[in-house]
Design a protein around this ligand. Structure first.
Ligand code: ATR
Length: 273
């Protein structure tokens, strides 16, 4: 049996097991996906023990994304540019590091008919998730990527070494074709990271926050006529990309999304309410 897991601490809240196991069940695969709560000091030895076992790979979450980059024998171009690894695959005993969040973002946009190539993009936030999205947009033909963050210095660091990127302000939202929120503002609250009026001329907003599914940011943008893409699409599509890496196959994102929505509802956190 092929084994996979999310490795992090904490991991109990992760939706990855239900999403990936739903795919295995749908396809009748002899594979299972679990959750490993591992402390930072045990990360390297755990991965070392798994690389020669029946584990095919791992999803890596907080606080191990930097350590995952360091432990990788080979690193994808994207993960190298991002400077962090959220997916490991074990290939002939070698540890290969990947970054799938940025691809997840771009494919979630494409799912909604939004084209990145040639578009003016704004990324809100400058943390790890933001860096993945900035790299993905900048390397997939965005005309420019403007990074807006509460702490300006972090925005400067987030675009380090990347072409067609600059640091900006909320004024840059005017006329932006693609806006991606990578701040945590709006998670579990009705706050929005930007003033409502700043969204008047925006083409599309993807909010990486997925609880609630309909954030105030999305509500405001959609009210002005923008396309709204919720964060569960990005989460699902980064998992679709992981399945491509581990098994070299294309899976139905709706199977994963339905499984995630059912799990959230089961926990009493139905995000569609
Ligand atoms: P992740 O790994 O999910 O990207 P992170 O690295 O902690 O998480 O980044 C969180 C992002 O949300 C940062 O851009 C942070 O802004 P700062 O760099 O100024 O800290 C942003 N953020 C968090 N809380 C915020 C708030 N109340 N207002 C504005 N931005 C906020």
């Amino acid at each position: 049996m092929a084994r996979l897991a999310v490795i992090g601490s904490p991991v109990a809240h992760s939706l990855s097991p239900v999403m990936h196991n739903a795919v295995f069940a749908r396809l009748g695969m002899d594979a299972t996906y679990g959750a490993l709560d591992v402390r930072p000091e045990d990360f390297a030895s755990t991965v070392e023990a798994l690389r020669h076992s029946d584990y095919v790979g791992l999803s890596v979450t907080m606080p191990h994304k930097d350590a995952a980059l360091r432990i990788s024998d080979d690193v994808s171009d994207e993960a190298r540019r991002v400077g962090a690894v959220n997916t490991l695959s074990f290939v002939d005993g070698r540890i290969v590091g990947h970054s799938t969040d940025g691809t997840g973002c771009v494919r979630a946009l494409e799912h909604h008919g939004v084209v990145v190539d040639g578009s003016r993009c704004v990324v809100l936030g400058a943390g790890g998730a933001a860096r993945s999205v900035i790299v993905a947009l900048a390397t997939r033909g965005a005309r420019d990527v403007v990074v807006v963050n509460r702490t300006r210095d972090k925005a400067v660091a987030a675009i380090d070494g990347l072409d067609r990127c600059r640091v900006g302000t909320v004024d840059d939202l005017a006329g932006a074709q693609v806006v991606v929120n990578c701040t945590s503002v709006g998670m579990g609250t009705s706050e929005s990271p930007v003033p409502r009026e700043s969204l008047r001329e925006v083409g599309c907003v993807l909010d990486a926050v997925y609880f609630p599914l309909r954030t105030s940011l999305l509500d405001d943008a959609v009210a002005f006529g923008a396309i709204g893409v919720d964060g569960l699409w990005m989460l699902v599509y980064q998992a679709v990309e992981q399945q491509r890496i581990w098994f070299d196959h294309a899976v139905d994102p709706v199977v994963m999304r339905d499984a995630a929505l059912a799990e959230l509802a089961r926990r009493g956190n139905d995000p569609t309410l």
